[in-house]
Design a protein around this ligand. Sequence first.
Ligand code: URA
Length: 213
Amino acid sequence: MTADFPNLTVVTHPLVQHKLTWLRSVDTNTDSFRNLLREVSQMLVYEATRDLPTEPQTITTPITTMDSPVISGKKLCLVSILRAGNGMLDGALALLPLARVGHIGLYRDPETLEPVEYYFKTPADMSERQVLVVDPMLATGNSAVAAIDRIKEVGCTSIKLISLLAAPEGVANMLKHHPDVPIVTAALDSHLNEHGYIVPGLGDAGDRIFGTV
Ligand code: URA
């Protein structure tokens, strides 16, 4: 947690920071970008799942019998905010192979600048699941706020947001609308520019993942 933002955890681990440097670099090609994003996503999910409950399970080792912890509590669902969120799914699923996956598609109305939903597909039992929303760039936060509004509408009460990079504007927006949703990120950047891009950032995450620049 940071002093300004009680909803924010910045993962300062050197491996995350090293890989983030190369994600930011304009010299990193699409293939490397995808691989680095997958690796960092895995580490962010590791941090975001730190507080999952466990319960003892009795097992037998080759030496003896013992009670050893296994994850308990609600089942997990990853929700990707299209399209850049999909770049984080493989890394997340590597750690959480049994998680279900939902997708939410939103675009920004050019007139109102408000997010408009064009796709929403999640498992039926969302109210019984712990949800991890993945979206690499928390910029204005409008998409994340709208996506989490919808996830709450279908009954979810336990939600976290995992973003590679966050802008203060987006974190403040989330704190205002969803103070109960913790955010895990690799860096809190300086600000948004006049086009809504994170500074220093890494450019358009979707374009860098899918090579559509
Ligand atoms: N979305 C991006 O892909 N990059 C930004 O900097 C902001 C929003």
